[in-house]
Ligand binder design. Structure first.
Ligand code: AMP
Length: 256
């Protein structure tokens, strides 16, 4: 059994899966599901939130500009995002595919991404890898669940382990199971910031799903289920996408 698993993983990590876009509000599990895809297919996860936080931590001029905007729970201007994302997607590890987590967040970003992939990825790499339209997966979650996920989110500042005080609490209140560090709340997970983030999601990102839905490229997945079930569903969507020659999906399918 262990051998079979090893073989199937090896096969999966040799394949070109193309771009995978995960859409969903903050707290929908985009980060968790991205990591599952990374492990199975051996492609990088590109989280624009992480890229921005890295700029902030390094004190770059872009980071300084983005910091206040992020702390207010607003979206960083599209023009700043394009440079960051383009630089990252041009790196060699993106050649077989990648998972975008947190991008696109506006309809303009979605249009920019299509044009970028068409020009820079498909054209220049067509000899080495088959062109593949992005598979676009929307994670659907109930609003109340979402609030519990966001307000309950904690992380260990030492080892990075993630917890949720409502769903996956540490053994001892507010302390990391691994190293006993005091757990922290991410700056933009503070309650006063959350409503701003969800508002920004509602007003801006709805247009992104509209964009892909209009092109029949959106696959909706019910994300109010155990993580493993959602992951299995997503793997199925990605595998079928490739098998079908990366054709756009046959319309939106809400998978229960
Ligand atoms: P996240 O970790 O994906 O929730 O992102 C954290 C914050 O980074 C967001 O609240 C935004 O301020 C900013 N951000 C991340 N991705 C984008 C994006 N695609 N467009 C604009 N702002 C973004």
């Amino acid at each position: 059994m262990a051998n079979e698993t090893a073989i199937s993983t090896a096969n999966d990590t040799a394949r070109n899966i193309g771009p995978v876009i995960l859409l969903g509000p903050p707290g929908a599990g985009k980060g968790t599901q991205s990591k599952q895809i990374v492990d199975r297919y051996g492609v990088p996860q590109i989280s624009t939130g992480d890229l921005l936080r890295d700029h902030v931590a390094r004190g770059t001029s872009l980071g300084l500009e983005a910091q206040a905007i992020m702390a207010r729970g607003e979206l960083v201007p599209d023009e700043l995002m394009y440079g960051i994302v383009a630089n990252r997607l041009r790196e060699a590890d993106c050649q077989r595919g990648f998972v975008l987590d947190g991008f696109p967040r506006t309809a303009a970003q979605a249009g920019w991404l299509d044009a970028f992939l068409e020009e820079e990825v498909f054209d220049k790499r067509s000899e080495h890898s088959a062109p593949c339209l992005p598979v676009v997966i929307q994670l659907l979650v109930d609003y109340t669940q979402l609030l519990l996920r966001l307000t309950g989110r904690r992380s260990c500042p030492t080892c990075g382990r993630l917890y949720n005080i409502h769903f996956q609490p540490p053994l001892v209140d507010e302390l990391c199971d691994v190293d006993g560090s005091k757990l922290v709340i991410r700056n933009d997970d503070r309650e006063d910031v959350i409503s701003g983030r969800l508002d920004a999601y509602e007003t801006q990102t709805r247009l992104v799903t509209d964009y892909y839905r209009a092109q029949r490229r959106l696959v909706a997945v019910n994300a109010d289920r155990p993580v493993d079930e959602i992951t299995a569903q997503i793997f199925g969507v990605i595998d079928r996408h490739r098998q079908n020659g990366c054709d756009p999906m046959n319309g939106e399918a809400r998978i229960k």
